[in-house]
Design a protein around this ligand. Structure first.
Ligand SMILES: [Zn+2]
Length: 72
């Protein structure tokens, strides 16, 4: 386990895994984003993500599901 990597991905203390960090709405379609003010990871619903886009960063370091297109 990489300690440094772990600390980079600390969850916000008020984050709940099945609820939106902003509106506390329970949703299956939550996205994991970084809260810029605290640099902690939180869950957001799509509505809040659009509304508060400037306060959060999408974290693209997770593996995306989908097929890789071979170029050339
Ligand atoms: Zn929300």
């Amino acid at each position: 386990m990489d300690y440094c990597d772990e600390s980079n991905y600390a969850w916000h203390e008020k984050d709940m895994i099945d609820r939106c960090f902003m509106c506390e709405e329970k949703s299956d379609g939550l996205s994991v984003v970084r809260h810029i003010a605290s640099m902690k990871m939180v869950h957001l619903c799509s509505d809040c993500m659009v509304e508060k886009m400037s306060e959060y960063l999408l974290d693209n370091t997770r593996a995306w599901k989908g097929t890789k297109v071979k170029r050339g």
